[in-house]
Write a protein that binds this ligand. Structure first.
Ligand code: BGC
Length: 374
């Protein structure tokens, strides 16, 4: 991950520029579907998580502002549904596809159909794997998201500042931590996991953090489809198998707010109450229910990934391609999909804790104060 800081610096500047430019790339209106009402297909995984609704809405409205019509579809985490939705988009004459996959490995044949029809494909947030027919990738720096998740735990336990700087006089521990990972069919899940584990490993090696259940492999920690109930029952099992003799869970690495909510339910059901002994729990996506939970002290942190910015990057990529231009990228090394390294544009994410909800989420207009306290 050398050079990450430089990339991040560039990402901030260019993301700002994209936001300021007001998507001027499509203003010509006379070439390749720009401003002429051409159809763009947008495939999203599920409406069961708030973030994808916000992503879909943002991509749709930004494309419509530029004169495109949009076929926006959600597949409720069902792979055959997503494949047939994309097939339909191709049949309807979509000029470009923006796809957030459910399982990144299952779109090979439908994307061959897209390629045969000359339709460019942008992988949205999640890398599409095992095909050469994915042209660009718009996402966040997913390894860094994992680093931030682990850093939020270290901060909550009193080891580091939010920027990772060690705190003098940090507690000696040892602290018990349990580890959760995302869906194994989502390419992002291993990036989050690797970033988090690389950050926690020195503390685990010196014995300051102890995974008391012994479940330290990605496969043991993985949560198919990022499902909160699956995470809840795994947490319940761990509490019974490892903590029924009076031991205390001090922290839980969670890669997504929906998983964090499942973990919180398991802890509450087992008799944990918010207060001094309540564990430090991470998250991701700044979903409203979880931001409220952070405000109440149930969840310690989440990672904010601004879906409006991601939508803008993906829309700009699609518009550039339709105009015969080359989309802007800032990473051409990290996202090998098994067949090709997909040129990527990675945005920056931010750690949110109770103290900076106002600054990060309210001042940026992502949530209002009334949303959070109401
Ligand atoms: C996204 C995360 C999200 C997770 C579950 C991942 O691919 O990058 O933001 O929390 O899917 O929806």
């Amino acid at each position: 991950m050398n050079g990450k800081k430089i990339l991040l610096g560039t990402a901030t500047v260019v993301a700002g520029a994209l936001l300021l430019s007001g998507c001027s790339g499509a203003s010509g209106g006379d070439s390749g579907g720009s401003g002429d009402g051409g159809l763009v297909g947008v495939a999203m995984p599920t409406k069961s998580s708030e973030r994808w609704i916000q992503d879909g809405d943002a991509v749709k409205s930004q494309l419509e502002e530029q004169g495109f019509s949009v076929d926006l579809q959600y597949a409720e985490d069902d792979i055959p549904t997503q494949v047939s939705q994309i097939e339909n988009m191709i049949t309807k004459g979509a000029e470009a596809l923006i796809v957030a996959s459910i399982d990144g490995t299952t779109l090979t044949s439908v994307l061959q159909e897209a390629a045969d029809a000359g339709i460019p494909v942008i992988a949205y947030d999640r890398l599409i794997r095992d095909t050469e027919n994915v042209d660009y990738y718009a996402s966040f720096d997913n390894y860094q998201v994992g680093v931030q998740q682990a850093t939020s735990i270290l901060n909550g336990l009193g080891f580091t500042e939010l920027d990772g700087t060690p705190i003098d006089g940090a507690p000696e521990g040892p602290f018990n931590i349990e580890l959760f990972a995302g869906s194994p069919d989502d390419n992002n899940a291993t990036f989050f996991w690797n970033g988090a584990i690389d950050t926690l490993q020195p503390y685990m090696d010196e014995g300051t953090l102890v995974v008391a259940s012994g479940q330290t492999d990605f496969q043991q920690a993985a949560t198919l489809r990022w499902d909160g109930e699956t995470a809840q029952s795994r947490m319940e099992d761990i509490l019974v198998s490892t903590y029924s003799g009076g031991e205390q869970v001090d922290a839980v690495l969670s890669p997504y707010d929906g998983i964090s909510r499942g973990i919180i339910s398991a802890l509450t059901d087992a008799g944990y109450t918010v207060g001094d002994e309540w564990p430090i729990i991470s998250g991701q996506d700044a979903e409203l229910d979880s931001v409220k939970a952070i405000n109440r002290g149930e969840q310690y942190a989440t990672i904010f990934k601004d879906t409006r910015q991601l939508a803008e990057v993906a829309v700009n990529m699609a518009v550039a391609l339709l105009n015969g231009e080359e989309p802007e990228v800032n990473n051409t090394t990290d996202y090998d999909n098994g067949v090709t390294v997909v040129p990527s544009y990675l945005l920056e994410s931010a750690i949110v804790v109770k103290d900076n909800i106002q600054e990060v989420l309210v001042d940026s207009g992502y949530w209002t104060e009334a949303d959070i306290t109401g």
